[in-house]
Ligand binder design. Structure first.
Ligand code: SIN
Length: 303
């Protein structure tokens, strides 16, 4: 019997850091932490990116899961054009409540303006974006168009491959094969007080608790505290206990998290299946504005 705290996470991290990482030819990738996050330079996202460079950006995302491009002066159309290279642009249920920085409404952009009157800000809890959709967002690309002067407003990320791999084998085998209901009403009505249009309800979908990533073939944990309501195959108390354990596991997994600090004219791109993120609201009552384009790829996470 061991009296030491779990060693599983160290073994998982060792495996992650032993992954082969080939050099890049057309971009420079600086890792921000050993287990997640990188900064990419050497590319101008306002231009049409050549295929080889595009493939290198995809690989940098696969390897680092959340990547930030700094000093990019992008219009909303250029932001969307880059996002569209990866799939179809997602239309958010709450997009009609959101105003982008220019004041117009665009169903392909989720915009928000957090300030002294705000009761909540988008994403102020660990979550995958919109996991309640039948084909949930695979990639999100965010520009923060107004930064709080205090320097706050980081976005924190957690690596969901490592969240899974750092569990014990016995616990992993309990989770493998389970499915969970993800409920938009939990995040948006219970969380934000938003109501669906009359006669409609927010989406609810069933997804595997542990899924296999289509690009990397690795298993990742796919439950989050904002949207995941219950595990279908367990009793209510069992489901609550297991979900709470998993939510705490993600929250306290500092070794597989990072915080990405914003600077003006940055674009942050994350793999929304293999990560969770949390927008840190430490700048109240200052303002922070965001515009997010998100990408769906015509499929849902599969076990
Ligand atoms: C989100 O997309 O959930 C918000 C992220 C952020 O504002 O940093």
């Amino acid at each position: 019997m061991s009296f030491y705290r779990d060693f599983y996470d160290k073994q998982a991290i060792e495996g992650w850091n032993a992954l082969e990482r080939r050099p890049f030819e057309t971009i420079t990738v600086k890792r921000l932490a050993p287990t997640i996050g990188a900064e990419i330079t050497g590319v101008d996202l306002s231009k049409d990116i050549p295929d080889h460079q595009f493939e290198e950006i995809r690989r940098a995302l696969d390897e680092n899961l959340a990547v930030i491009f700094r000093d990019q002066t992008l219009t909303t159309e250029q932001h969307k054009a880059f996002a569209r290279r990866f799939g179809t642009l997602h239309r958010h249920e709450l997009a009609s409540n959101a105003v982008v920085a220019g004041g117009s409404l665009d169903p392909e952009i989720l915009g928000w303006k957090t300030g002294p009157q705000s009761r909540y800000t988008a994403g102020d809890a660990w979550h995958h974006d919109v996991s309640c959709d039948p084909q949930p967002i695979w990639g999100s690309l965010l520009r923060v168009t107004k930064l709080p002067p205090s320097g706050g407003g980081d976005t924190a990320f957690a690596n969901m491959y490592l969240a899974y791999e750092s569990l014990s084998d016995r616990f992993k085998s309990l989770l493998d094969g389970l499915t969970a209901i993800h409920d938009g009403g939990l995040a948006w009505t219970a969380g934000y007080g938003a109501q669906p249009d009359p006669g409609k309800s927010y989406p609810q979908s069933e997804h595997p608790v542990v899924a296999r990533h289509p690009r990397t073939g690795r298993k990742f944990l796919y439950v989050n505290s904002a949207f995941t309501a219950r595990i279908v195959q367990l009793g209510k108390d069992e489901s609550d206990a297991v979900l709470n354990l998993l939510f705490r596991h993600v929250e306290k997994g500092l070794a597989f998290q990072t915080r990405i600090h914003w600077s003006p004219n940055s674009l942050l791109f994350w793999d929304n299946w293999a990560t969770q993120h949390h927008a840190v609201w430490d700048y109240f009552p200052e303002e922070r504005w965001g515009e997010r384009a998100s990408v769906v790829i015509g499929s849902a996470p599969q076990a």
